[in-house]
Design a protein around this ligand. Sequence first.
Ligand code: ATP
Ligand code: MG
Length: 580
Amino acid sequence: MPKNLICYYSLCSLSVQGNNYICPNFKDMSEEKSLNFIEEIIEKDIAEGIHEGRVHTRFPPEPNGYLHIGHSKAICLNFGLAKKYQGKCNLRFDDTNPEKEEVEYVDSIKEDIQWLGFRWDNEFYASDYFDKIYGFAVALIQKGLAYVDESSSEDMAKQKGTPTLAGTDSPYRNRSIEENLDLFTRMKNGEFADGTCVLRAKIDMKHDNMIMRDPVIYRIKHAEHHRTGNTWCIYPMYDFAHGQSDSIEEITHSICTLEFIPHRDLYNWCIQKLEIFPSRQYEFARLNMTYTLMSKRKLLMLVQQQFVEGWDDPRMPTISGFRRRGYTPESIREFCDKIGIAKRDNMIDISLLDFCLRDHLNKIALRRMAVLHPVKLIITNYEEGKTETLSAENNPEDENAGHRALTFGKELWIEREDFMENPSKKYFRLGPGLQVRLKHAYIIECTDFKKDADGTITEIHCKYFPESKSGNDQSGLKVKGTMHWLHCDTALQAEVRLYDRLFTVENPAAHDGDLQEILHPKSLEVISKAYIEPALAAAKQQDRFQFLRLGYFCVDKNSSSEKLIFNKTTGLKDSFAKVV
Ligand code: ATP
Ligand code: MG
């Protein structure tokens, strides 16, 4: 069992049994949830009239990959706060790294945010501010607060010192303002090759915070940018773009993850020295989840090395992967709500996400029957050629979901594993002489079976009890097991894809070696010839189903009327499995 798991509200230890997430405080606490620490700050700011009580947040992804489940925490937080306090939330692409960024990523990010159910008030790009940010850099130079440094990167690293050893000044630190202005203009004009020089803020090489030891704020990169093309060959560093963009947009609460705590000094220094809008930075703990990798860089490696089918492979922890797998936006939002906002790092068990997912799917998924590993069952006392239409509830959890028709006949498909030649005493499914109920239909009793030379069961023979029809059972028979089935002549074929964890280790982020070493060798199992109910022919992408006794499934994006493809979203609750 993973250590350091914490309950999403307090510090009670999380308990996970099988696939079920069980927290003793689960229900009660969710009803009277207290404010998280950022909400407390915001309510205080509103009470004190800071920024006229305005709340303006932003979600600032770098378009260098698809969003992952960790981003959904930041999305729910930023958009959620804006909604709660009748404020605004900008979508800002932090696009200051021309080599790694692409329009495909911009488009996918927008799609994912909308799918999660959020709308941004403004769509901005840090690259739109390149002129302004350049102006800020010039302003710093003019104030004697920035200089062009030609030291090599090795020399600059040496100058930085260590956390316990003060840094040393660069030999270029005391250039005149005029010289700096000239050199910086020439940097901008493309006179220097990549890496020749950088612009550094002139702060304090002995500062306790290493980030304040004359950080680089602009570097030369002769690279085409996906929006600004070749207009620029110098680009601001994160620390000289992010905070400045916040100020330009007059963001009131700039919320980021804990690793940016040391950057806050620089964030505030820039605001103070440039005398720009005083946005404030607040940090929260990023989402870490067991068996899940949350780094766009590493996820890109999985895609590039073709360990997965693409960014939206249903095994990927990306929002698009979860979408294709059949997760609902509601369940992801609920998950983000339950994990809450903490000030220190923790590890959330992935079964909590699954718990939220099942909870939602149970309410909305239409019930259908599918047989993944078929074996034929023949009802010997059922008339040849006869069929009858049975009525089946679409969803017992939703009285508005209605009913569907099922065809019943002499020859049926059942799951191979629902039959045992020599059943044990506690086996409540089918075996010689055993009785079970066929869901929505009749009670049957196994009378005989056939095997081939290898010992594989090829046919099961049963008799049925006509008076045991579901909904009007006059048989007086008592059976413990209920099985799903399909009528052979009307069932459709489909491909069904079953997924397992992508990683074999609980904390893949901690793995130093090649990612391939920790990939689950059987994370995808394709069943190319499964049978499904005819009612599923009309299923559309994003429709969700519970295949009785098998789990939750959805239509894959590549499914067509010629070739139906279903993805397994997740399994069923343990409790359901026990009932059957
Ligand atoms: P990655 O390392 O995956 O590229 P990132 O932090 O560099 O992540 P960004 O695109 O810069 O990715 O992130 C956009 C926003 O999402 C940032 O505010 C960031 O703090 C937040 N974010 C990223 N990962 C997580 C996470 N695991 N939990 C919560 N928030 C996250
Ligand atoms: Mg980043």
